[in-house]
Design a binder for this molecule. Structure first.
Ligand SMILES: Nc1ncnc2c1ncn2[C@@H]1O[C@H](COP(=O)(O)OP(=O)(O)OP(=O)(O)O)[C@@H](O)[C@H]1O
Ligand SMILES: [Mg+2]
Length: 370
């Protein structure tokens, strides 16, 4: 527990080594004689100052609040403030700091996971109903088109209706992907090969100002995904990266393996222990602000101006990855590019198949081998 003594100007007059450690100071000497405010995150300074003056003025016998500390990796602390002095004369304050970083990040992660689940349910329900309505609309358009053929004055209008209904159906499909309610046709794939096949398309998507670098990990093993959906995931991430690098830059796609011996916390998700194939897509673009990073996987969240983005790209990616029993995490800061890392369960290439150099055919239920 960190302990700090303050004088009436809120300057640290003394503290224990634990407090110095908490605020990332090299030693007690570095914090003593300094204003406490400097050690507290800017956003929380006012709250803390108010609490301190309440105790000094005798408005409250003691106070408790949560603050964020002004450290490179933001830490949270629970602070208990009590007065020092004799016979009711307050001569200073003593503050006890308890590190609440882990607890706080757990709370945030739990809330985030719950939010995504609730959104998935909501989006899935809406998308499902819309899907039925659109299927009926498209069906009736087809009936009308039979009666009003190409020479009919209404033909063009009915075609317009049908095209728009089809476009809406596409959006709905993306929502269904997010809520993990779409039918998938998973197959065993070699991620390296799948990426190599996409290379040509990706180069064209990215244009000339963006350099594409591919780093293939060795002995990747196989992943079990719907190949079309896998492509969609990579393309969505690449397009976002391109949009984040209007002045050009580098997009790197790296593959590798990861093994977790115990369930591992990654962003808001807990990844079960096991073997994973890792696909990392990172760019040198604008990066994502701290306020936005918790929302980017939400459907319809977009920072692109004037309807340039539907905000469904990443929610589709999220849905596909989760439906494939995989996980996606993002690491980014404003101005520092963004890295999306996907973990998909890894399957061993069976020895006999390996020697014949062939990847098993898509026999549902026949893989992984018993
Ligand atoms: N690589 C990235 N770098 C910076 N910001 C990103 C990156 N990828 C996503 N974002 C942010 O996440 C938001 C949501 O992305 P998402 O793909 O879901 O929607 P969108 O790209 O805005 O719209 P659409 O995918 O329909 O074009 C983006 O608007 C952008 O703010
Ligand atoms: Mg997008």
């Amino acid at each position: 527990m960190g302990v700090a003594f303050l004088d009436l100007e809120a300057t640290i007059s003394d503290c224990n080594p634990a407090f110095a450690g908490m605020v990332n100071a090299a030693g007690r000497g570095q914090v003593m004689g300094q204003p406490l405010a400097e050690r507290i995150a800017r956003e929380d300074r006012l709250d803390l100052a108010n609490a301190l003056s309440r105790v000094v003025m005798g408005g409250a016998p003691a106070a408790h609040l949560e603050v964020r500390l002004n450290t490179p990796r933001e830490r949270a602390a629970s602070v208990f403030i009590s007065p020092t002095g004799e016979n009711g004369d307050v001569s200073g304050l003593v503050l006890h700091f308890i590190d609440a970083t882990d607890q706080r990040s757990l709370e945030l992660q739990f809330a985030q996971a719950q939010k995504m689940q609730a959104m998935g349910q909501l989006a899935g329900g809406v998308a499902h109903d819309f899907n039925n309505l659109l299927t009926a609309m498209i069906g009736f358009c087809d009936l009308l088109l039979q009666r009003h053929g190409a020479g009919d004055p209404s033909f063009a209008d009915i075609m317009q209706i049908k095209q728009n209904a089809n476009r809406a159906a596409n959006l709905v499909r993306q929502l269904l992907a997010f809520s993990r309610r779409q039918p998938l046709q998973p197959r065993m794939l070699d991620a390296t090969e799948a990426l190599a096949e996409l290379l040509h398309l990706l180069r064209r998507l990215l244009g000339e100002t963006i350099e594409l670098r591919l780093f293939h990990g060795r002995d990747l093993g196989l992943i079990r995904v719907d190949p079309g959906q896998f492509d969609q995931v990579i393309i969505n991430l690449a397009v976002n990266a391109r949009d984040a690098m209007p002045g050009g830059g580098t997009l790197s796609i790296r593959t590798g393996t990861a093994t977790f011996d115990t369930p591992t916390q990654c962003g808001p998700e807990i990844i079960p222990d096991g073997d994973y194939v890792m696909i990392e897509v990172s760019d040198t673009g604008t990066g994502i602000s701290k306020e936005d990073i918790g929302r980017i996987f939400e459907p319809f969240f977009s920072t692109k101006q004037g309807g340039a983005g539907t905000g469904l790209g990443l929610s589709t990616v999220y849905g596909i990855v989760r439906q494939t029993d995989g996980f996606i995490v993002v690491d980014s800061a404003l101005g520092e590019g963004a890295t999306f890392t996907i973990y998909l369960p890894r399957y061993e290439i069976d020895q006999t198949l390996e020697t014949s150099g062939r990847i098993p055919p898509p026999l549902p239920g026949a893989w992984p081998p018993p």
